[in-house]
Design a protein around this ligand. Sequence first.
Ligand code: SF4
Ligand code: FES
Length: 377
Amino acid sequence: MAEEKKLFKVTIDNITVEVEQGTTILQAARMIGGDVAPPAMCYYTSLKGSGGKCRTCLVEVAAGSTADPRPMPKLVASCRTSVMDGMVVKNITSEKVIDARNGVVEFLLINHPLDCPICDQAGECHLQDLSYEHGKEGTRYEFPRRTFEKHSLGPYIQLHMTRCILCYRCVFVADQLTEKREHGVLDRGDHAQIATYIEKALDNDFIGNVIDVCPVGALTDRTFRFKNRVWFLKPMDAHRECSKCCGKVTLWNRGDEVYRVTARKDQWGEVKEWICNECRFDKKHTNDWVIEGPTRVNRHSVISQGHYVGAVKPKETLQEVMGGRNPRLLMDIHSVSQVNKPEVKLSELPGPATGTVFKEKTDDKKALSDKVDQATK
Ligand code: SF4
Ligand code: FES
């Protein structure tokens, strides 16, 4: 007969759960769920050795165990501390924890540029979420932020070192998923940075997963950069037969255009199954995929804004809205704004969508307006 596993009782924010021996406080808190689960910027369940770097998951241990109920003298990193039987933990019910977390966020933001309006991670950035909950309006830091020499990682991945919080997740991905790790943390202390010795080196199969695990916008998808904002896209679950990976992905569509492909994530923002570079970067057409249906997005996420799952679809044409009548005057937003020409397929541009993409069309328009000027003189 199989030996019964001993369960430990742990109480977190006044809620008691029973967990197996060896479970960390963070994992136990995630079993309870909701706000009881501390934020985690460096821990990643499927990456061995992750955790213990960012200190966002600090909690207070008010009683160590039934055998020794003394409190722990300092706040502990919940991702690296195992539960004991009878342990009592405080997360959001502890003022000390909230105060410490505010401090940690302030430190994380010391060198982080506040470039969310142009950052591709905006809308799905864990540091952005954390700053909303724990950040301050201003900074007390008086020194210039760190800057770095630009470093090319190759055709797929863009590095913005100034945004990096040195969580090491991308290093573990390269170590544990790819055949050869080509990048790492070079130098130490204030000089520590993610870099490679060999330029343009990151093209191993499965290396694209570093984009999904990066909690901030330090590593982004070069095939998607500056093409769209995530909250304008519709995530769809899709799959394909793939000889290298599970082939189960999330497509980020606008209409029929596939703007980017990512791995599917769970409620904690962690990848459920890793995907290969071919699925991520080379399969950007809907007919490459079998679409399963809309991805379930947390309703609090900005990505769920404007999506109508189960609701009545809004009317599409003006005639429908106006009870069958046609409008008297119609302005074509594309000819007025000079951008977002419907004939320009943003998802198919090889690089970022910049003003020059539309320049040709703009020149056409200028020639046309010159002609009109001459004719009316
Ligand atoms: S680049 Fe991203 S994943 Fe890598 S260490 Fe920096 S923050 Fe972490
Ligand atoms: S998640 Fe625990 S220290 Fe980073």
